[in-house]
Structures are given as C-alpha cells and as structure tokens.
Design a protein around this ligand. Structure first.
Ligand SMILES: Cc1cc2nc3c(=O)[nH]c(=O)nc-3n(C[C@H](O)[C@H](O)[C@H](O)COP(=O)(O)OP(=O)(O)OC[C@H]3O[C@@H](n4cnc5c(N)ncnc54)[C@H](O)[C@@H]3O)c2cc1C
Length: 400
C-alpha cells in the first residue's frame, strides 16, 4: 500500500490527516508542509497584540500518536498523476494511492514601483516581521481594507501604533461583510484613530511611505500589503489538473485527476447551479478536509456545508453564516449584545450575520445556522422581534 499523501500542512491538510484516522483509515499518511513549524492556526495572528505567538493546531506527539508522518519544511514540487508519485524539494519521491491538495492561498502582491517594500501578512513569519518591526508611537500604512487589513489595524491601534488604511474602493470591508456592519466597523476604526484613504490607488512605495494615485503621500515606518490572496494552484496546474480560481473539484472534492482531491483555500468546488465557489475561511478549511478525508476512504459525500466566518476587531465580534446577497430581504433584530441581520431569499432564510461585543452573539448565530438548515420560510416579524425566542422558532420549524 502506498498510502495517502497530503500536500500542505495548514488547517485543511492537518485536519484531513486526523479525519482520515477518525474515518478508520489504517494505511500510511504523510503530511508534507513547506513551512518550518508544526501546523499552526492563522486566525490568532491578526487577533491579539501577541499575534506573533504561535497557536499550534496539534502537538508533535499528537501526530505521532495518530501515526501521521509529518515532513516539515519541504515542498512538493511535482506530481506525476500517471505514476501516482509526488516529487519533493529534497529529491525524494513519495508514491500515493490517494493524494490531497491542501496548498491554501498566498498573498496577492502589489505591482507598483517599490512594491517589494510592502510586507505580506499570511504566515507566522510574516506576523513576526510586522510585530517585531514596529513599536508604540511609530506608524504603519496598511494597503487594503479587507478583513485581514482591518483586523491588523485594530491590533496595531491597541499597541498605540498610528495606522493609515489605503483602499481602492469607496468603503472598507466591501467584499465579505454585510454593508451595515461594514459601516459600523468603519465608524469604530475611525473613532479609534485609524486614518482612511478611500477611493485611492497606490502609485508607488518608497522609503518615505506610500504615494497614492492622487499624488498625496502617506508617510509610514512600515507598510503592509493586504489586498487579498490567490489560491496556490501552481503545482496543480503544472500537473495538468483542471484549475480556475482554485483547483477545480466536483461536489465530492475530487479533482480532474483520478485519486486526487482538494480542500481548503485552494479548492474551487462545483456548485449545483453551475460554476465553482472557493471559500477562504477557517471553518471551511476544516469541514472540506473532513469531507475529502471520508471520500478518500470510500464515502461519496457531497460538500454542502453552510459557509461561516468570524472576525474580531477591537472588542467587537462579527459572524456571518451563509452568503448574504444584495438581492436578499434583510430583517434586523436587535440583541442585548449587538445586532443581528437575517437574509431571506424569496421568503426562505438563507443567511444570518451578527455584530456585537465579544462572542455575545455566537449562540444566536448557531441557532440561525440550525434554522437555515431546516429550510424554513419564517415570518419576518418573528425574526425581527427579540421577544420571539430563536430556539422556539427552531423547535416549531423542526416539528413542521
Ligand atoms: C492573518 C489571518 C487571519 C485569519 N483570520 C480568520 C478568521 O478570523 N476567520 C476565518 O474564518 N478565517 C480566517 N483566516 C483564514 C483561514 O486562516 C484560512 O482560510 C485557512 O487557514 C485556510 O487553510 P488551508 O489549509 O486551506 O490553507 P493555508 O492555511 O494557506 O495552508 C496551506 C499550507 O500549504 C503549504 N503549501 C503550499 N504549497 C505547498 C507545497 N507545494 N508543498 C508543501 N506545502 C505547501 C503552505 O505553505 C501552507 O502552510 C485568516 C487568515 C489569516 C492569514
């Protein structure tokens, strides 16, 4: 038996390795990771003042106890799909019976003159470079007002660092965050002293700082590029697998090559209505890993888990379940800890989001996820009324 090889030891690859054992797989499992550490969590990097502290996904003895061979600091450089073999950066060749691509994503890079002066923010090494390169009273320019850029802004303000955020769009957080919550977070950042340069491109980066397309200069001691990520598909492409905005898979997470699966930030999964969706979130990396692992050992599960992500900025916690769309009817529901929004598509509950202090809305979002799973078309008035208990709504939806 050649066993199972997993390329990429991030959230998805590591979770898949353990999920294979949980699914009863007894053959050999080899996890290949390009980074020089034990597998670690990325979300804490942008959440705490000690972001450069490493939170491990698992300890070395957990890998050993599960019989997972972890090859760290090594890259898979070739896949021979016909021979079922992976070539590693140290010249070794691993044979596989089944292969999982969990290569994740890498930062999108700026292309302006001086772009190399901007630091990335994806890995523990990136976090170390940022947090060790800046002290209270100094200044940072963050290019990109997405979730990662805005989380970094809130952490740096907590360290008394002056923060400027440069964004090409008219508003921050426009891509993934529902509009009202994006606006509230924007207001909070401004109140915390973050200076925004919206609707501005970057013309050049120099020792002085960032020159914007309107000619103005944002002076900064350190510059971070946070303009999104691109799926890491180079290896898949070179191996002849079908790719697009990710490694293309069917709804069981199988790629176009026999015995090769993909999961996590690198995977673009076929949708029932056509097209492919790629998610960039922690829970997705884990749930796809679990589905892929079960399918690699004989199941035929379709991946249809509701997307969910969270973000922490200052003392505020944001959670979004499902994919809110501008076409959805929005129902607002006040809560003691913050506010909830429910999204109805033709009357059917399809998504929910909450913004509140800390983790205070987590229980409501969990209940909303369960309500969505019942395929309910609730009365908007019930959802809007905080006196109507979501648990009661769930009970009656399940009974119906
Ligand atoms: C700073 C930060 C904060 C985040 N915060 C949140 C959050 O609050 N909420 C949320 O839902 N999500 C968050 N995310 C996103 C979440 O962490 C990712 O969606 C998740 O880590 C994806 O896991 P992955 O395993 O698919 O990919 P990755 O974590 O990118 O792991 C892929 C691994 O594969 C390795 N690799 C690539 N190619 C090869 C190769 N050829 N050979 C060997 N190894 C290879 C890479 O080096 C990498 O270690 C955050 C991400 C970052 C960067």
């Amino acid at each position: 038996m050649d066993g199972i090889v997993i390329i990429g030891a991030g959230e998805s690859g590591t979770r898949a390795a353990f999920a294979l054992r949980e699914a009863g797989y007894c053959g050999s499992i080899t996890l290949v990771g390009a980074e020089p550490h034990l597998p670690y969590e990325r979300p804490p990097l942008s959440k705490t003042i000690n972001g450069a502290q490493m939170k491990l996904i698992c300890a070395a003895d957990a890998l050993e106890a599960a019989g997972i061979t972890y090859l760290k600091g090594l890259s898979a450089s070739t896949i021979n799909t016909a021979a079922g073999a992976v070539g590693l950066s140290d010249g070794r060749v691993l044979r596989y019976e089944k292969l999982l691509l969990a290569t994740g994503a890498r930062p999108r890079r700026l292309t302006c003159p001086g772009a190399a002066r901007a630091l990335d923010f994806r890995t523990h090494a990136d976090a170390e470079a940022i947090f060790s390169g800046i002290a209270p009273g100094q200044s940072v320019a963050i290019i990109g007002a997405g979730l990662i850029g805005m989380e970094l802004a809130s952490v740096l303000r907590g360290k008394d660092v002056a923060v400027s955020v440069i964004e090409a769009a008219l508003r921050p957080l426009g891509r993934a965050v529902p509009a009202r919550f994006a606006e509230k977070l924007h207001t909070r950042h401004a109140a915390e002293g973050v200076r925004f340069h919206l609707d501005r491109g970057v013309a050049a980066i120099s020792d002085d700082g960032v020159t914007l397309t309107d000619g103005s200069v944002v002076h900064a001691d350190l510059i971070v590029g946070a303009i999104g990520v691109l799926p890491d598909i180079a290896l898949a492409e070179a191996s002849g697998l079908a790719t697009g905005n990710g490694v293309l898979t069917d709804n069981c997470l199988r790629t176009s090559a026999p015995n090769i699966f993909a999961a996590g930030d690198c995977a673009a999964v076929a949708q029932p209505g056509g097209g492919y969706i790629r998610y960039e979130s922690w829970r997705n990396a884990r749930t796809q890993a679990e589905t892929a692992a079960r399918n690699m050992v004989g199941a035929a599960e379709t991946f249809n888990t509701l997307p969910w992500f969270w973000s922490d900025q200052y003392d505020l916690g944001l959670q979004v379940a499902g994919l809110p769309q501008p076409t959805h009817q929005i129902v607002l529901r006040p809560a003691t800890e913050g506010e909830l929004e429910f999204y109805l598509d033709d009357g059917r509950l399809v998504a929910a989001a909450g913004l509140g202090v800390g983790n205070g809305l987590a229980r409501d979002i969990k209940l909303a996820e369960m309500l969505i799973a019942t395929d309910i078309s609730p009365e908007p008035g019930d959802l809007a009324n905080p006196a109507v208990n979501l648990k009661t709504l769930l009970k009656s939806a399940r009974a119906a």
